[in-house]
Each structure stands twice: as structure tokens, then as C-alpha cells.
Design a protein around this ligand. Sequence first.
Ligand SMILES: Nc1ncnc2c1ncn2[C@@H]1O[C@H](COP(=O)(O)OP(=O)(O)OP(=O)(O)O)[C@@H](O)[C@H]1O
Ligand SMILES: [Mg+2]
Length: 251
Amino acid sequence: MNEALLSLKDVSQVYTSNGRTNEALKHIDLTIYHGECLGIVGQSGSGKSTLGKMISLIDQPSWGEIYYKGNKIEFRDRYIYPIRKDIQYIFQEPIGAFSPRKKIKKFLLEPYINFKLCPKKEALAQIEYCLKQVGLDQSCLNKYPHQLSGGQLQRIVIARTLSLSPKLIVCDEMTSALDVIVQDEILTLMKKLQVENQLTLVFISHDLSLVQRFCDRTMVLLEGEQVVCLDSQNFGTSTHPYIQLLKDSIL
Ligand SMILES: Nc1ncnc2c1ncn2[C@@H]1O[C@H](COP(=O)(O)OP(=O)(O)OP(=O)(O)O)[C@@H](O)[C@H]1O
Ligand SMILES: [Mg+2]
């Protein structure tokens, strides 16, 4: 097994709204290793996105600790800011990531400005490289989001993510808004990018068969609890009743 990249120790998340509390994640222990592709599956509401947001440090857990490269995360700006670039999150609906009035060029330049990565000319050269990596060319730069397809937009989101040279990408249902053929193309692309860029991936999905095909290990969540985390190839032999249920049903 490779070195640990990120670990969650006894992490719980409680949401409170209208005076009611909801324990969305319960005592999660999880280590994500360098270079692996980890799948997270579970029914709607089981806490997958909540866990994804803990892993990508978007949200702070109510309890528990998170370690990145062996160091405990302190959720204070000056500590967390340099790590934010390393861990990126890709959401389900690519269109939601875009502002309808901003051209693709502006969208792709934003991380260079936000993280003060390099001068504009250099940034544009890097953007061109990232677009090539996702199978697009510069012709999209002067377009608006509505002039592109869902699959093309998701590729642009991936290109923007790559421009930050992340170590870990959390993909939250990133293909579920796309048709089956485009979904397959995007997953094949992610696998290629994982190797080319030495990425670690966390892949959140409803689709157990897709996760098993794509991921080295798969973690199953049920009502905020970790049911099991297994090598994907060992799922076939698992006798856990909930795994049986998942295998027999389409979530
Ligand atoms: N910001 C929030 N405030 C309050 N409750 C929340 C918040 N985010 C999630 N929840 C609740 O936490 C639970 C887990 O939600 P989560 O979005 O993590 O589930 P999920 O497994 O990603 O579901 P889906 O497959 O539908 O995306 C749900 O009961 C949800 O209503
Ligand atoms: Mg979700």
C-alpha cells in the first residue's frame, strides 16, 4: 500500500436546522492513500457528499480530526489556504460551476488569479495545455457556457481543476448528469489523467457497478455510518447483507 495522503479519525458531522439535529456522518475512520482511486457509494442521503466535503476540507467536521500528509488540519485560513489548492472538488452539475455571463477563458483564468499562480501569458499557455489534456482546444475560450454541451463543460471543469496541479480530486457524482456514452468518456479521461498527473481520486456515486469498475477500493455508507471499505474486487465475495442489497438493487 502507498503512503497515506489524507486520514479522517473518528469524524462526525451534525447539522442543525429548525431546532432539529441530523447526524449526517457518524464516527468515520478513513485513510486515503497516494495514487489510489477510492469509491464512496450509498443511498441518497447516506452522507456521501457530506463526507466528500470533509475530505476536501470545504466543511469542518463537528467532531474528529483530519490529517493531510501526516499533519493535523487546523481549520484556520492561514493554515488551510495552501492545502486548498491540493484538494479539489468536482460537483455533479457542471453548468452550476459557471456564470452564464462569463466566457470560458475568464472561468479558466480565475484559479490563476485567485491563487496568484503566474502571469496571464504563462497562465494562457498552461490553460492551453490543460485543455489539450481533456481533449479540447482553444476554440472554446471565447464561448459562453450555454454554447457548449454538458460533456464539454465537465471537461472544462476538469481542465480548470488540473490547472491547480491538485494532489487529490473528489468527484461527486460528476457524470450523473451526462448520458451513458459521455459518462464513459469522462471516466476514461479521469483514469488517463490520474496516471498522467499522479492524482489520487475519490469517486462518489450511486452506482455500485460503476464504482467497482473504476475504483481500487470502495467504501459503503448507510445513514451516515461506514458499513464497509473493501478492495473493489472483493465486493463479489462479501456476505454483508447491505452489500447484497446494493448488488441486487439499483440505488
Ligand atoms: N448543509 C446542510 N445542512 C443541513 N443538513 C444537511 C446539509 N447537507 C446535508 N444535509 C443532510 O445530511 C444528510 C446527508 O446528506 P448528503 O448530501 O451528504 O447525502 P448524499 O449521500 O450525498 O445524498 P445524494 O446521493 O442525494 O447526493 C441528509 O439528511 C441531508 O439532508
Ligand atoms: Mg450527494
